[in-house]
Design a protein around this ligand. Sequence first.
Ligand code: 13P
Ligand code: SF4
Length: 338
Amino acid sequence: MSSILKSCAAIPADDDARPLPARAALVERLARVVPRAEIALALPQLERIAALKAARGAVVVAHNYQIPLITAGIADFVGDSLTMARYAARSGAPVIVVCGVHFMAESVKLLCPDKTVLLPDFGAGCSLAASVTPEDIRALRQRHPDSPVVAYVNTSAAVKAEADICCTSANAVAVARSLGRPHLIMVPDRHLADYVARMTGLEVATSGGQCEVHVKYAGTDIEEYRRVTGAVVLAHPECPREVQEQADFVGSTGAMDEYIETRRPPRVLLLTECSMADNVMLRHPRIEFLKPCNLCGFMKAINLDNVERVLARPETAIEIDPAIAARARRPIERMLAL
Ligand code: 13P
Ligand code: SF4
């Protein structure tokens, strides 16, 4: 199987997909969301990246917020931040290219310390991860001495090193419940913390950060969208409470994907990053996606050019101070053991 064909397999085909040669099948799939001229321009680069991956023994893991040319064109795995790290940890490949943001690449490195983990652009940060420091955690612990600390994976390794357990938006409620305590500290996202408090009835203190992308959905006239279009509304828990409360379903990018996969609503309003809808549409061309659409500039720092560059010259691999890594690995492993 060619590398390009393997990449296609990352996003399963539709029931009615015609058997086409690998390249033609990829073009047809991508053409659902990408102009054909853009696909034609990208194809030689997709082939070069496939060859570089094979030469380096590399796999590409991509987040749901990456563009379809990356998710369908070069990725071996596409998913949310939790499943990306799980896939990388199980992969036998010596080199992992992370098409996502810095904290995702750090999580992969923590779980795969012996692998070379490449992030195509070190400027791919995250406003949430940047909002909390190790000192903030120590100060919160002093204010709430009996509360365990849950660090959202959208944090640096240095912050994770201060935490008792990690969570993602996919498992935050289960992680909070697993602690068996009436109160906890959850950093850094105040909207996720608020969501967990409402779902569990627990007292949740937080450092009060927020995602600059999801917070933009505040003020969206969701009722008007629903009234005019009849769309089912899915929101990420990083959206403010007023948005979550108007949604039909609140969940991680992976949970939204599963909701659409199992229920197949005819029309969907996705309140999360723009590329999520494009990626789901690749598999569900008959579902109509409404896109009030906010872009994450950090996720969009990753592109085919810097993926090709980092594979051609893998000079800047992710490194984590071993003392921090040893402490940061524990809360991630505790989460994965749940
Ligand atoms: P998921 O964990 O749902 O993939 O989300 C990560 C993220 O950065 C959302 O903004
Ligand atoms: Fe961070 Fe928000 Fe971008 Fe996710 S969408 S990577 S939380 S800034």
